[in-house]
Design a protein around this ligand. Sequence first.
Ligand code: ATP
Length: 470
Amino acid sequence: MLWQQCLTQLEHEFPSQEINTWLRSLHAVEKPKALYLLAPNPIVLQHIHEIFLPHILRHVRNLSGDHSFDVMLQIGSRSAPKPLPKPPVTAVSAHPSPVAPPTSTAAVVNHPLNSADLNLLTPAAASERFVNALNIKMTFENFVEGKSNQLARAAALQVGEHPGSSYNPLFLYGGVGLGKTHLMHAIGNCILKANPEAHVLYVYAERFVNDMVNALRTSRIEEFKQHYRSVDALLIDDIQFFANKDRSMEEFFHTFNALLEGQKQIILTSDRYPRDVEGLDDRLRSRFNWGLTMQIEPPDLETRVAILRKKAEDHELYLPKDIAFFIAKHFRSNIRDLEGALQRVIASMRLRCIQDINMDFVHDVLRDQLASQDKMVSISNIKKTVAKYYNVRITEMDSKRRTRSVARPRQVAMALAKELTSHSLPEIGTEFGGRDHTTVLHACRKIVELRESDPRMEEDYRILIRSLTS
Ligand SMILES: Nc1ncnc2c1ncn2[C@@H]1O[C@H](COP(=O)(O)OP(=O)(O)OP(=O)(O)O)[C@@H](O)[C@H]1O
């Protein structure tokens, strides 16, 4: 709790990349008079010590209202299975250690914590054991499957069940907040479930780069190599961050080769297809294609509804179908935003002690978000985009002409209006030259049918959704 509050404060002072890369890799354990922060390796420990510790200490003391409250920084993990027999010897001292700047009030522990709560590791032991940084909540079981992620999920499952011997590397790409990281963690968790001793390491690409820079600066490059090359599975998120970082790409290239040679699994994600990541070394680009590259696309309405209902269920909230549809219709392009909307609703229910959810309440709680989402797609924008895509005049969208070259784009536009806006069928009909709602319904059904039978139509529809919602 204290650590979460501290992180919220730090988010105002440091870029989110910094927070994600360094601070979120720490395990926090709160004790009555101290906050223990466990770093996964010496490189992280040193960086936290040098850059963040004074800020952490300031916030923790302010938040706890206790100016003698301490922050203890150590190497260790909470998740490792068994405590080590010996107490730790590493830490940062409450009063300047050789590495601590003289002004630092940060603490380095030279006495053990309760090793029953914490599994504390010496630096040597730390490099023998891995802090995998996996999020145990991201699993295949709670990953909702839909058309947009079906193939990626199947490939990920295959890799999770047969690491190193199926698709290697597995490269997942797609837009922001669509589930790449979730699938990656699901693979890691699946590998560990079958083999708890496996060394599975998850890092952001930025973290890999920063670790390397720090290792070079502190003459610990061998330790760095050893750390990254001795894993059974290496999961690197957002590899577009490697672009134009030549030394890091070089290092990653060798790590990549070493792991592949040893039949160790590599899983990578990026926001775009490897070939389209500018500034990426050609050798890396071609290696990324050795295995399997899978795209995750924005989920369709039904999948968004299923995700919402699943997430609501996880919070023990019954989400009626009409409300799930309502939220899903407005939050289209990103599952993180969809989840954020649901969390906002749940938090407001708790704050206002409301037991039963209803549409008015949801409208009220999400008013601001809905306004900004709705601005994004209007029926006139849909008509314009579809007309341009099929090369027909925009006035044809409202005309009475029924030739296929005009009628089909019009049907597509109506189906998109149904999917992407909250207008009712009669409203959509009115917008399309005063048509009846049954005509709109027929158009929507026709397009569903065609998307299933004609891959070309499916592709057109997805391209249009992407261009309207991104
Ligand atoms: N199919 C799904 N089922 C359930 N939850 C999902 C699904 N897809 C994504 N999520 C949830 O949506 C949120 C965002 O997903 P995730 O972090 O994996 O996105 P991402 O593609 O890695 O985004 P970014 O590029 O921003 O890192 C997470 O909380 C994740 O659990």
